[in-house]
Ligand binder design. Structure first.
Ligand code: BTN
Length: 241
């Protein structure tokens, strides 16, 4: 695969490719990570979602993966942070829309999911953060408990590469705030956009299903659920494949 260097965006050297199977797989093939890299693709033919789902290819949508060093102890907070910056990027493009984050990091615009995030380990503390954003069209979803939407159908018209630039710049600002002030201010921002906060929710993992009231996030970014057994801490273990 030949990569065309486009420009530097915030911390990352950005390469845009015409077509790949999955930008997450592509970034893992790079021999050495001396520098932070972001790879975007015009088409993604075998995009992967969480828990073995596929991530559909739709013309004009954004598919990208960037590399980031994350200490394991910080991982669950970063999972929230990455989604928060995404939600804030959408918010900055459409202040009148209703933007929500479904724990831990799915962004919803006017009640429809418009993006997905897949974190995968590359090696040691180096992570591939893959993000898909429905810029131009929404995939058909059957048997889903939610609907998919796109920025375009909500009147937000922009090129996929502009969204990429806005996102990475916003993410770096949030990262700096995290490094300077810790998780607390970002947690407050995350909670202000949380979907179903203080409401009854059901959390499903591979084998377990738990129902209770979504109380808050703890200082790790784990969800606190009030069930009939007390307050349970729900860890985002199923995010990391
Ligand atoms: C989800 O299930 O919500 C996560 C979807 C993640 C999709 C993105 S698109 C870019 C990157 N490459 C992939 O194969 N998956 C992620």
């Amino acid at each position: 695969m030949s990569y065309t260097f486009k420009e530097k965006i915030a911390l990352w050297e950005w390469y845009d490719v015409p077509s790949v199977e999955s930008t997450n797989d592509e970034i893992k093939k790079l021999p050495v990570f001396e520098k932070p890299v972001v790879i975007s693709a015009v088409c993604q033919t075998k995009g992967r979602g969480r828990r073995g789902h596929i991530w559909q290819e739709k013309t004009g949508n954004l598919y990208f993966t960037f590399s980031l060093n994350i200490a394991v102890a910080d991982l669950s907070r970063y999972v929230c942070l990455i989604g928060l910056s995404l939600a804030k990027t959408v918010q900055s493009l459409s202040s009148e829309s209703v933007i929500k984050i479904k724990w831990p990091n799915d962004v919803f615009l006017n009640n429809k999911k418009i993006s997905g995030i897949l974190l995968e380990n590359i090696k040691n503390d180096l992570w591939a953060i893959g993000i898909g954003v429905n810029i131009a069209s929404s995939p058909e979803i059957s048997n889903a408990v939610y609907q998919a939407g796109s920025l375009k159908e909500n009147g937000i018209i922009l090129d996929r590469t502009d969204f990429l630039r806005y996102y990475l710049k916003n993410f770096v600002e949030d990262l700096r705030l995290y490094q300077e002030k810790g998780f607390a201010p970002l947690k407050e921002q995350w909670l202000s956009l949380a979907m179903n906060l203080n409401k009854e929710i059901t959390i499903r993992n591979e084998n377990v299903e738990k129902t209770g009231v979504f109380l808050t996030l703890d200082d790790n970014g784990y969800l606190l659920l009030k069930t009939n057994k007390g307050t349970e801490r729900i860890i985002a273990g199923d995010l990391f494949i």
